[in-house]
Design a protein around this ligand. Structure first.
Ligand code: NAD
Length: 491
């Protein structure tokens, strides 16, 4: 871990990346000319100046999306699929440029950024394939007499709001299914990471997406802009990924217009290591579940529950693996973990550690904010964390792994489920039947059973409880952008 003794990485050059608003197929400045600065988390230095959309820009974007909707919805599914497929290929062809752009504004290590581009592009390929598989049903009314014909129709103009942690993948996970279903969209990316979303829009444009079908509005005036978008009478859907707090706020706004709502919100994933687990496998899985994307993932393992017979050994081995990770600027070869996204995120890491230590936890590795520029924090393992510690109730969103000891599987499940959110969970055991029983009882939307990654474009992604509503990915992700229409008829 040596963030302070490396030279600041050469400023990446997103000079060719678009920095204007994308409305109706044209790149434009904000209506009032306002701009905001994007910073490199590894140095705190400016990376680019980006147009900051006004509420009026928002209205123009919705109007463009509404104008494009009838033709796009009527475009043959095969043609929509071919365009999405070309966008997939275009993103893959420029994987390295996109990855470097992600690193420049988000900070993550280059291998994580490359993996994100591959994952993000895959949503476009998956939904290119799904676009031609949208079917309905035909049934008989139970009382006889008529038939019940059900078809899926595009829901209409969708507002998409995305976070900074996966700036490419959270955009394509929404744009892919929306376009496949025949919807048009207005995307508001996170203010920390607008460049990647604008670059993705460039790929879609070059792939042949018609003007107005995709609109992108970076902005520093987030609240008023999104309120204006949701209030517009042409908007029929909100799909949001971000914190539970903002998600609840948007759901209240969506209620005023009875908008269809998909919410991918915060997580607090439990990671259960049962007594019979293969510890090598469990530690390898824990490293992925915790450290993919530097710990800044909604699916990140947030609370480790290890059986009392192996918890000491598990925590030691995890600390050893965490301690060997190289922290540094994301662009540098050999960097495993980049900086956190901003100063506030880094300050929260120290708060978590201090809170846990005050509650009785022991720091096995890391735990101290380094000096120097950039928002670096070392991979940290906390052992002997009391099961009722406040740190276990918060989403850490960084490279800290608290380990708690349990004695029985029922106790582990009780601790894991004592939580208001339920996105992902992980279980390690050699007994597959036990693993499946525990997976069924975990109150989460997704389980990694002897596996540290759950995300897959082909699988329904989403949570229970306050982790959200609806699913993204898989066939279910496509249905979120449709509504069923029933025709009762007879012949
Ligand atoms: P955030 O909620 O602060 O921001 C998300 C988006 O909402 C950004 O575009 C932001 O500009 C916008 N926003 C913020 N305040 C708003 C307001 N008042 N009105 C309208 N829009 C507003 O979240 P974040 O810090 O960017 O991301 C981290 C959170 O996202 C974590 O809680 C994480 O778990 C969650 N997340 C969830 C998933 C999932 O699929 N469930 C995926 C990634 C991230």
């Amino acid at each position: 871990m040596r963030p302070t003794d490396v030279l600041p990485a050469p400023a990446p050059a997103p000079a060719t990346a678009p920095t204007e608003l994308f409305i109706g197929g044209a790149w434009r400045p904000a209506g009032d000319g306002a701009r905001f600065t994007v910073h490199d988390p590894a140095t705190g230095e400016p990376v680019a100046s980006v147009a900051s959309a006004t509420e009026t820009d928002g209205v123009h974007a919705v109007e463009a999306a509404a104008k494009a909707l009838p033709d796009w919805a009527a475009t043959p599914p095969r043609e929509r699929a071919e365009i999405l497929r070309r966008a997939f290929e275009s993103m893959r062809a420029e994987q390295e440029e996109l990855a470097r752009l992600i690193v420049a504004e988000n900070g993550k290590a280059l291998p994580d950024a490359r993996a994100e581009v591959a994952y993000a592009a895959e949503f476009l390929r998956w939904y290119a394939e799904e676009a031609v598989r949208l079917s309905g049903t035909l049934g008989h009314a139970p009382a006889g007499g008529n038939r019940i014909l059900v078809m899926r129709r595009p829901i209409g103009v969708a507002v998409l709001v995305t976070p900074w942690n996966f700036p490419a993948a959270m955009a394509t996970r929404k744009i892919g299914p929306a376009l496949a279903a025949g919807c048009t969209v207005v995307l508001k990316p996170a203010s920390e990471t607008p460049l990647t979303a604008l670059a993705v829009a460039g790929h879609l444009q070059r792939a042949g997406v018609p003007a107005g079908v995709v609109n992108v509005l970076p902005s520093r005036r987030t609240g008023p802009l999104v309120t204006a978008l949701l209030a517009h009478p042409e908007v029929r859907k909100i799909s949001f990924t971000g914190s539970t707090e903002v998600g609840k706020h948007l759901l209240r706004q969506a209620a005023d217009r009875v908008l269809a709502s998909s919410m991918e919100l915060g997580g607090n994933a439990p990671f259960l290591v049962l007594a019979d687990a293969d510890l090598d496998e469990a530690v390898a899985g824990a490293m992925i579940a915790k450290m993919r994307n530097g710990g800044e993932a909604c699916t990140a393992a947030n609370r480790f529950y290890a059986h009392s017979s192996i918890s000491g050994e598990f925590a030691r081995r995890l600390a050893d693996a965490m301690g060997r990770l190289r922290v540094g600027p994301g662009q540098e070869d050999g960097t495993d973990v980049g900086p956190l996204v901003n100063e506030r995120a880094r300050a929260e890491m120290q708060e978590v550690v201090d809170e846990a230590v005050a509650a009785g936890a022991t720091v096995l590795t890391g735990g101290r904010t380094p000096d120097g520029p950039g928002w670096f924090y070392p991979p940290t393992v906390l052992a002997d964390v009391p099961a009722d510690s406040a740190v276990l109730r918060r989403e850490i969103f960084g490279p800290i792994a608290p380990v708690v000891t349990f004695d029985t599987v029922d106790e582990a499940l009780d601790l894991a489920n004592r939580c208001e959110v339920g996105l992902a969970g992980y279980v390690y055991t050699r007994d597959l039947a036990l693993g499946l029983r525990v997976s069924e009882r975990l109150e989460v939307g997704m389980v990694g059973l002897n596996r540290g990654v759950v995300s897959d474009p082909a699988a329904p992604f989403g949570g229970v409880k306050e982790s959200g509503l609806g699913r993204e990915g898989g066939h279910e992700g496509l249905l979120e952008y449709t509504e069923s229409k029933m025709i009762a008829t007879q012949w």
